[in-house]
Every structure is written in C-alpha cells, then in structure tokens.
Design a protein. Sequence first.
Length: 93
Amino acid sequence: MEEQNYVYAEPANDPNKAVMSLGDWIITLLVQMIPCVGLIMYFVWAFGDGNENRKNFCRASLIFTAISLVLCILLIIIFGASILSVMDSGYYY
C-alpha cells in the first residue's frame, strides 16, 4: 500500500482574510443600529473591498432584510385587501 503525503498550505497574511476581532464585530453591529447610515454601510461593506468575514455577514444580512421586506409588503397587501372587503360588504360591528 502506498503512503500518501499531504501538503498543507500556510495561512496567507492577507488582511482581507484575517479573522475579525471582537471590537470589529461590535463596531459592525453598532453601525447597523444607526437607521440610514447602517443600511448604507452594509452596502459599502457587502460590495466593497474589505474583510471577507464582514463582507459575507453584510451580504447575508441584506438578503434577510430583503426577504423580510417582501414578506411584510405581502402581508400588508393581504390584510389590507381583507379589511377593505369587510368594509365594502356593508356589515359594520
């Protein structure tokens, strides 16, 4: 039986691939809480050059925000249509 030799790559010293520190995550989450600035910064971090961890987190957050927005709009349309149909039916409680 032949012995296999595995070659492991050394970790790159690329700052965009470095693990984010606790302080970096706290800054990211604090910026997220600022109403308009947070959304703009999420787009900047998601599609700009920067840390891969932050980039992936911001992309995932933007996807979940878009899904939530679409679901809220659908629910408003559905409930709004049902309320309008009850009001047009002539039955008032």
